[in-house]
Design a binder for this molecule. Structure first.
Ligand code: ZN
Length: 353
């Protein structure tokens, strides 16, 4: 008898960014009908048991050369990417929100934008792809949080104050390995007010791209469980994007969650981008995080369409290979179900209600 498939609700993907950046063709059809390139679309999701997840809206820098050169502030080591113009960010955010709703509208009920944990549970039960709107980097948000209110009304349920670049709300963590996540100043006063505004709206605050001081700012201010949607264990991969044991202890204390990231550079001890990275390394981070956060504090945050994946996993269609690797490691199906979706449902329900 073939092993039972276990659905996966995932903490982070950049499929909307991939579709937004497409030149030519129909991005909606590209998602619904699938295409060769990319790591996540509806057919790949169905094949791998990808039941849904946080769909990130990310505003790319207009000038890729500026990003490569890094014209942002430098707190030692590699400079951060440059800041983004808020008006430009708003245009891009609205375009990507619209893109997700057009996908839902044209999906014949195969995709649903979810606003509650019950919505997600219903989708998992009936096989509808559950999409939750998330913003990675709050550049589009104004100082009065009016845009935040509007985006919340439009379904936004999760927000990272910064991506790995500075904005009005704080300083993101630059990509470095090996490096401590303690790379510079944390949240600005406006960033601290944003935490309060998110708490008021019961919107999830994502810690993943904050540096360590920003992390502690949120930990001190927020009344919600602490969640890093797509980060790994610094003890295994000493990347600035990963979480130290001290940070994990704070997440555990808040009954929060970490979504294990499949990006090879955040998995590997050498921080290298190398597709020749075994699925077992995902399992090792998962096991380490369980030891620090407990069985209820760990989920997945793939970074599909936002990072280089281990070749052995491939893309969303390969997710049951990860499920199988967890079984091989000796995890029982009850624990695997927690890791694959129940823990995400628990922490989202706690945060949103
Ligand atoms: Zn990210």
């Amino acid at each position: 008898m073939p092993a039972r498939r276990i659905p996966v609700f995932d903490g982070h993907n950049d499929a909307l960014l991939r579709l937004h950046r497409r030149t030519g063709g129909d991005p909606i059809a590209a998602f619904l009908d699938g295409e060769e390139k990319g790591q996540l679309d509806l057919p790949k999701a169905r094949k791998g048991g990808f039941a849904g997840g946080l769909f990130a809206i990310f505003v790319p820098a207009p000038d890729r050369k500026a990003v490569a050169q890094g014209s942002g502030p430098d707190f030692g080591g590699t400079p951060s990417p440059p800041a983004i113009d808020p008006a430009e960010a708003q245009r891009t955010v609205f375009a990507m929100v619209s893109l997700l709703y057009r996908i839902e509208n044209q999906s014949h009920r195969r995709v649903r934008v979810c606003r509650t944990a019950d919505d997600i549970e219903t989708c998992i039960d009936d096989g509808t792809l559950a999409a939750v709107l998330h913003i990675e980097g709050a550049e589009a948000i104004d100082a009065n949080f009016e845009v935040l209110d509007v985006l919340h009304a439009a379904g936004l349920r999760s927000l990272g104050p910064v991506w790995s670049r500075p904005n009005a709300f704080g300083y993101g963590v630059p990509f470095r390995c090996p490096s401590s996540p303690d790379t510079g100043p944390g949240l600005t006063d406006l960033g601290k007010a944003l935490v309060a505004a998110c708490n008021r709206l019961k919107m999830l605050i994502d810690l993943s791209h904050l540096n360590e001081r920003g992390f502690w700012d949120v930990a001190e201010l927020s009344d919600a469980p602490l969640v890093a949607t797509h980060s790994n264990a610094h003890a295994i991969s000493p990347h600035s994007r990963n979480l130290t044991d001290k940070q994990l202890a704070a997440i555990a204390e808040s009954k929060g969650l970490v979504g294990v990231n499949f990006a090879t550079s955040f998995l590997r001890p050498d921080g290298g981008r190398d597709t020749n990275t075994p699925i077992d390394l995902i399992v090792q981070h998962t096991e380490y995080l369980i030891n620090h956060l407990g069985e209820d504090g760990v989920g997945f945050g793939s970074d599909f369409d936002g990072a280089q994946m281990p070749a052995e996993l491939g893309d969303a269609a390969g997710l049951q290979k990860l499920v199988q690797a967890l079984r091989t490691r000796g995890f029982d199906d009850k624990l695997i179900e927690k890791l694959c979706y129940r823990n995400w449902l628990r922490v989202l329900r706690r945060t949103w209600t």
